[in-house]
Design a protein around this ligand. Structure first.
Ligand code: MTE
Length: 331
């Protein structure tokens, strides 16, 4: 089987990104540095550029901003929104970071999530009905990509444990598995003739967690960012964020959640198991086979900073991995 490795993870940022996008980002960074701005351009300006969060088309837009949970603090500045919304991994829409325009093809309503597997009763639930049954809050989280760049984001959403409760899993369920949409009509990479490098990829994108990880306080279902409903390129309308793990675990645009007693094989593990595993906990001392994980480039700055074990969230999560010496916890 021909396996084309993900371009972005092989190359340095300026090689992985189109020259135009790279230069635009440098201009943005200069502008942000000059004004000292840390947060967003006004929503109107974003909408004009075609990359704003949905407003009129999104019946949940009025729910934001939501109250910030002060428990989750950052050790660095927030990454400016104009930078984050132009630098994304969403391989369904292309193999570079400049997918924000292509991702606008995503149709976020109607949107429902199928809940199945080891649950009392499988069901399908509309995204807006989920929103009625959970408590939204804002959390400031760090995000560390396996490619050794990082960002910080004010996510809005709700703890994954609230969704687990709604799903009513059987006590025999050991893992939770997530699936992204599959629609070759809007996602060019799922349409082999139009994007040949993605031909061998095992679409749809999948990810998984243990039940203990899913119920950990930090596991967050994201429905918004920067005080608005979620930008499409961030994985609207519903994505995961597990900040102590490499970013590829944080699956976007979820349409299915399955409870199971078998460890799920995630997308990148299926593509290249030698490089990407199930656990993917951040650890500066365990290199990726092709590069060091000791430091990270902070988006929106010219800084490289040391990477922290569990991305700095050890006190919340380290207990879950005690005694698991035989497992490849950090890839
Ligand atoms: N989810 C889907 N469905 N498709 C993807 O390509 N990329 C992952 C993750 N979730 C990805 C995905 C990777 S590698 C990273 S680093 C983050 O999304 C990027 O999130 P961001 O674009 O919001 O920074």
């Amino acid at each position: 089987m021909l396996i084309k490795r993900p371009k972005g993870w092989e190359l340095s940022e300026n090689l992985a990104t189109t020259e135009e996008a790279f230069l635009n980002r440098r201009e943005l960074m200069k502008a942000v540095a000059a004004t000292g701005a840390t947060i967003a351009l006004p929503g109107m300006a974003l909408a004009k550029s075609g990359t704003g969060a949905s407003t009129s088309a999104d019946p949940s837009a009025h729910l934001y901003p939501v109250k910030r949970n002060p428990k989750f603090k950052l050790d660095r500045a927030l990454t400016p929104e104009p930078i984050n919304i132009k630098y994304n991994n969403f391989y369904e829409f292309g193999g570079t970071k400049a997918i924000s325009n292509a991702a606008q093809a995503l149709k976020i309503r109607p949107w429902s999530v199928k809940i199945d597997g080891m649950v009392e009763k499988p069901f399908r639930i509309g995204f807006d009905d989920i929103l009625k049954q959970v408590q939204l809050e804002e959390r400031l989280y760090r995000h560390r990509c396996v490619e050794a760049w990082s960002m910080t984001v004010p996510w809005s959403g709700f703890p994954l444990s609230q969704l687990v409760k709604l799903a009513r899993p059987l006590s025999s369920a050991k893992y939770i598995s997530f699936e992204t949409f599959q629609d070759p009509k809007i996602a060019p990479a799922q349409n082999p003739p139009s994007v040949p490098w993605a031909y061998a990829y095992p679409w749809p994108y999948r990810e998984g967690l243990t039940m203990a990880e899913a119920n950990n306080d930090l596991s967050f279902m994201v429905t918004g960012a920067y005080g608005k409903s979620l930008h499409k390129q961030f994985g609207a309308p519903l994505r995961l964020h597990v900040p102590w793990k490499y970013g590829f675990k944080s699956i976007k645009s979820i349409v299915r959640i399955t409870f199971t007693d078998k460890r799920p094989v995630s997308f990148w593990e299926a593509v290249q198991a030698r490089e990407y595993g199930f656990w993917a906990n951040v650890n500066p001392k365990v290199s990726h086979p092709r590069w060091s994980q000791a430091t990270e480039r902070v988006l929106g700055t010219n800084k490289r900073v040391p990477t922290l074990l569990y991305n700095g969230y050890g006190e919340w999560v380290a207990h879950m991995y005690k005694g698991m010496k035989g497992e490849k916890l950090f890839m």
